[in-house]
Design a protein around this ligand. Structure first.
Ligand code: IVH
Length: 676
């Protein structure tokens, strides 16, 4: 793209702007036009060429002036550079047909197959030059420019039609909204991707906020372009490389000319594109690019050779799925070893800090790994993990990614930060256990505590999942759990995705949760190591007031409650827990012990496998409500082992060993369930 001539805003930045009030409409229109051209040009220098010619501050001045003038004189247009983030959220993406079908590439990791491809080309057209390009690992998108303006962007979909992501594509800074000196029609294809540095930053943020990180930049990009809210896309680092012209009123004769045309009109093309004369150069190119791969800021999974001459392409034609004039020489998947890009610290629901290594995505037994928990400071130091280290990754038990060893050291070995990465509160503890002292004041803990508080096994507030909990905390509507019971409809209506009905429903659910059984209430408090099962044991023995005053000795009397759990419970009610419970009761929360029936009193059961019509949790609750004692392992005291569908072998074996009688589903229904 050439620098526009005679535009005073391109380089001369000492300009004084006339007072907007004193401008005529005509003057404003003229200035808007020049400012747009200038901003577009500077966007191009910055985002496409990574080579800006003015400072950020000077750019901001131009941009602000343009924005003001457009507003003051009502001159906004859809493709003005000020409108990149303007789109409204939608309910779903529309489908749009491609201008030309999007096929895929024939590919292989084997040199031999690459040579066979070249042989076929030679049979068809004798000599051919090849245009070589990296094979970007992102998502292919078709872009339609009409009269130089972006009209549509469509994902690959099924090749014939895809999702219309125009609003999202508009937020990607390297996608021009307007082209320069462009032909009337230009339909191009490009690969939309997330740069590796931006991906790592995004994942770090997600881990610190307790969200699941993306597995790799490709997944992150795929999840992003299909977002329904363009402002989410605008906040993510997205980029693009254009690699093909599908249709145009101009007349390129070769791939090289097509590339030059795209570059001329302002579309970003890759710097490693290359024109060569034979297939040996393609193989050499592949080896060079494989070495360079680690240093690039985008993922590539191979290289592509395309016959350069379009007439020759026509002669070669297509199969049902791919062109006969192009071939991708893929890299072998990276396996096993990778680099630690960063170490994030995750704050758990209980305030526990866990270091997490964020890795260059790597394939381990067919699964992409991009992070591994380091568990705690001691573990991280024992392994000698540091930012920049090269490490060997395994999947423990074939599932959980784990760093096996450091192969090459990086910077300084990891140390736990002294303050919480989320709330800045002091961190206490050493080596194996570090905790943020922010408690409910720490948003990381509050969000999770709230979500847990509302979960099915706790207060069972339907409609209050992760997203809503997050919003309530982020919007400052909830600073402590009891605030939940002070929410008003108006508060909820201000949140994303809330309307009259959903707000009413949630308030109703919150209200209904006030009548709660004691076991669920105790679970909701989120005391360390007090899950539903322990809460149920406690609720059988104590009323709430009694429990709040119970000593460790009292608690240890209960089967299954050990010294550590007893200590947690006592210190919870000695500390912040007391106040929390009091506040909740003040808000009308009324936890009640469930009356326990006597029908099954004294019956000790163990359940294995599933019984139709009940979840495991429901069945245990039902049986216990009628006096049975359901435990998780078979002992000599067990009366019966209930055997449902897909029973566990170990329990069956234990029952045999202990001489415990088995009840199949039929007998269980006839002899036990029928009693209640
Ligand atoms: S050309 C008719 N060039 O690879 C084939 N594709 O399997 C046109 N890709 O879905 C594709 N880099 O997402 C082409 N330089 C490049 C590419 C490229 C990445 C992707 C594209 C496509 C897939 C084809």
């Amino acid at each position: 793209m050439k620098e526009p001539e005679d535009n005073p805003y391109i380089r001369d930045l000492e300009l004084e702007f006339k007072d907007i009030e004193e401008m005529t409409e005509e003057e404003a229109e003229q200035q808007v036009e020049l400012l747009r051209e200038a901003v577009e040009y500077h966007d191009y220098r910055y985002y496409v060429q990574s080579n800006p010619v003015i400072s950020d501050k000077a750019y901001d001045q131009l941009f602000d002036r343009l924005e003001k003038l457009e507003k003051e004189f009502n001159l906004q247009t859809e493709n003005s550079p000020t409108q990149r983030v303007g789109g409204e959220p939608v309910d779903e993406l529309e489908t749009r047909e491609h201008v030309t079908e999007m096929l895929s590439l024939d590919s292989s990791e084997e040199e031999e197959e690459v040579r066979e491809f070249a042989d076929r080309v030679r049979e068809g057209v004798e000599e051919a030059q090849y245009h070589l390009e990296p094979k970007f690992d992102g998502l292919s998108v078709e872009f339609v420019y009409r009269d130089g303006e972006l009209e549509a962007a469509v994902t690959r979909g099924n090749g014939v039609e895809g999702d219309d992501i125009t609003q999202n594509a508009r937020t990607i800074n390297s996608v021009p909204l307007k082209l320069h000196q462009a032909p009337d029609l230009l339909v191009v294809r490009g690969e939309v991707y997330m740069p590796r540095d931006g991906f790592q930053e995004l994942n770090k943020e997600r881990v610190e906020k307790g969200k699941e990180p993306f597995a790799n930049p490709r997944n992150a990009a795929a999840g992003t372009v299909r977002q329904l809210d363009p402002s989410v896309v605008a906040d993510r680092p997205m980029d693009v490389f254009f690699y093909d012209i599908m249709e145009t009123s101009a007349d390129p004769q070769t791939q090289k000319e097509a590339m030059d045309l795209m570059e001329k009109v302002g579309l970003k093309v890759n710097e490693y594109n290359q024109l060569v004369n034979d297939i040996d150069e393609f193989i050499e190119y592949r080896n060079d690019m494989m070495e360079r791969r680690e240093d690039l800021n985008y993922d590539i999974d191979g290289v592509v050779a395309k016959v350069n001459d379009f007439d020759k392409r026509d002669k070669l034609g297509f199969t049902a799925t791919h062109p006969r004039w192009a071939f991708a020489y893929k890299f072998p998947a990276k396996t096993g070893t990778t680099k630690v890009r960063d170490i994030a610290v995750q704050v758990g629901r209980t305030g526990k800090l866990t270091p997490v290594a964020l890795l260059e995505p790597v394939d381990v037994k067919g699964v992409t790994i991009s992070r591994a928990s380091l568990h705690n400071e001691k573990q991280a130091q024992k392994l000698g993990i540091s930012e920049g280290a090269r490490v060997k990754v395994e999947r423990a038990g074939d599932v959980i990614p784990q760093i096996q060893e450091v192969i090459e050291e990086g910077k300084e070995v990891f140390e736990m930060p002294e303050t919480c990465p989320v709330c800045g509160s002091e961190v206490v503890g050493e080596k194996e256990h570090h905790f943020c002292t922010g408690g409910l004041a720490c948003p990381a803990q509050l969000k999770r505590k709230l979500q847990y508080f509302a979960s099915e096994e706790a207060m069972d507030i339907e409609g209050l999942g992760e997203k809503v909990a997050e919003q309530l905390v982020e919007q400052g509507l909830i600073e402590g759990i009891p605030d939940l019971y002070r929410l008003e409809k108006q508060d909820l209506l201000e949140l994303e995705k809330f309307a009259e009905k959903s707000a009413n429903n949630l308030l109703e659910e919150i209200g209904a949760s006030k009548n709660i059984d004691l076991a669920s209430f105790l679970t909701a408090l989120g005391i360390r190591h007090v899950g539903k099962e322990t809460a149920r044991d406690l609720s059988k023995e104590f009323r709430l007031e009694e429990l709040m005053k119970a000593s460790e000795e009292d608690l240890k009397e209960i089967e299954d409650i050990g010294p550590e759990v007893a200590e947690n419970i006592v210190s919870f009610f000695d500390g912040a827990g007391k106040e929390l419970v009091k506040d909740l009761l003040d808000e009308g929360v009324n936890p009640q012990r469930e009356e326990v029936g006597e029908e099954l009193e004294g019956l000790k059961l163990v359940i294995t496998g599933s019984i139709e019509g009940y979840t495991r949790e429901e069945l245990i609750e039902l049986l216990e409500r009628h006096g049975a004692d359901v435990t998780s392992s078979v002992s000599s005291e067990t009366d019966y082992l209930v055997v449902g569908e897909n029973p566990g072998e170990s329990k069956m074996e234990a029952a045999e060993e202990e001489g415990v009688e088995e009840l199949d589903e039929g007998r269980f229904r006839d002899e036990v369930l029928s009693q209640i």
